[in-house]
Design a protein around this ligand. Structure first.
Ligand code: NAD
Length: 311
């Protein structure tokens, strides 16, 4: 029992909230240093369509983060009934707006609006989310460019704790364009040997038990437990879910947040683990700011000082 407690105490907590706060300070300093020669602050435009409540919270968090570090927020909140032509016109306006360095289309879009042509219409040089086809291609080829925020945030978190990936066996659960695929490419670029698991993978535990580094982005609350994890593995939980509220806690109680990992089972085994909340989530917002400030440096001819954060 005591041994288990000691093991749990030794698990390194990969604290994304703290690193995001440190990165905000660094970005704020970069903005101050470049402001005079740039002649303007960085600008980030977040385009929100419809009234998805979770998106409302995410957009507000992003705008607050911008104002904390001196990035000006532009963008718009458009009704769900906006036509695709009008959405395209809004994106073109933002592409042409000299004050805007980064553009983000908040997903998911309301039913019936196809995100594909809208994401493709964003100027790749202003692609704050790193999801444009050109930028995913740049990632594939190891060329510089904006990077997908969530996997870049995971890489920054691992680097911050000097967790070397060289020669390590990494398994990514999930193959989405948003998280799993770019995550696998970034781990591979850091010289890990990478496998990608997905919903059709047979015997998931057999694969994940080989992982020195396990990134879980399946979008399934608490799916991954002790039976999936090798002793000493580094476990990154990308999932974020709100569990149903407990009615015994009163009418206003909210369900607690959880990830894709059963943290209480995995923590005694893992050498390092991201908490939920406070792990990958804050890093995603921080990397959005990194992409925006890096674009600003590029657009204004300033020295590019953020290379270490864009894997
Ligand atoms: P997605 O639904 O697009 O993709 C999920 C992937 O997981 C798919 O490739 C699917 O094949 C795979 N999968 C599903 N069930 C599986 C199973 N049982 N075994 C193996 N693979 C399985 O989701 P996404 O957009 O990639 O997001 C994944 C999770 O990460 C979600 O919970 C999402 O909310 C969260 N997320 C968090 C952040 C953050 O900032 N913390 C950012 C983006 C996404």
């Amino acid at each position: 029992m005591l041994g288990r407690v000691l093991d749990a105490c030794m698990t390194l907590r990969l604290d994304g909230k703290q690193l995001a706060a440190e990165l905000e300070q660094r970005l704020q300093a970069e903005i101050k240093a470049g402001l005079a020669s740039a002649g303007r602050p960085p600008g980030l435009a977040v385009l929100r369509v419809g009234d998805d409540p979770a998106s409302g919270v995410y957009v507000a968090n992003k705008q607050k983060a911008c104002s904390r570090i001196g990035v000006v927020s532009y963008g718009a909140h458009l009704p769900a009934s906006t036509s695709e032509a009008d959405l395209l016109a809004s994106i073109k306006d933002l592409n042409a707006d000299q004050r805007v360095d980064g553009i983000l289309l908040q997903l998911p879009l309301p039913m019936g609006i196809d995100e594909g042509p809208l994401l493709a219409a964003i100027d790749p040089e202003k692609d704050a989310d790193g999801l444009h086809t050109l930028n995913l291609g740049r990632l594939l080829k190891g060329e510089p460019g904006p990077r997908s925020c969530t996997p870049a945030g995971v890489m920054a978190l691992l680097a911050r704790h000097q967790l070397s990936l060289e020669g390590k066996r990494a398994v990514v659960i999930g193959r989405s364009i948003l998280v799993g695929q770019p995550m696998a490419l970034m781990l591979q670029a850091a010289n890990a040997t990478v496998s990608v698991a997905h919903s059709r993978t047979q015997d998931l535990a057999e694969l994940t038990k080989q992982a020195d580094v396990l990134v879980v982005a399946a979008g399934r609350p608490r799916m991954l437990g002790a039976e999936h994890v090798k002793q000493g593995a580094i476990v990154v939980d990308v999932g974020i879910h709100r569990l149903p509220a407990d009615p015994s806690m009163g009418p206003d109680s909210k369900g607690r947040l959880c990830g894709d990992v059963r943290a209480e089972e995995v923590e005694p085994l893992a050498s390092a683990l991201t908490p939920v909340p406070g792990g990958v989530g804050p890093m995603t917002v921080a990397m959005l700011l990194v992409n925006a400030v890096a674009r600003w440096q590029q657009h204004c001819g300033l020295p590019f000082t953020l290379k270490d954060l864009l894997p």
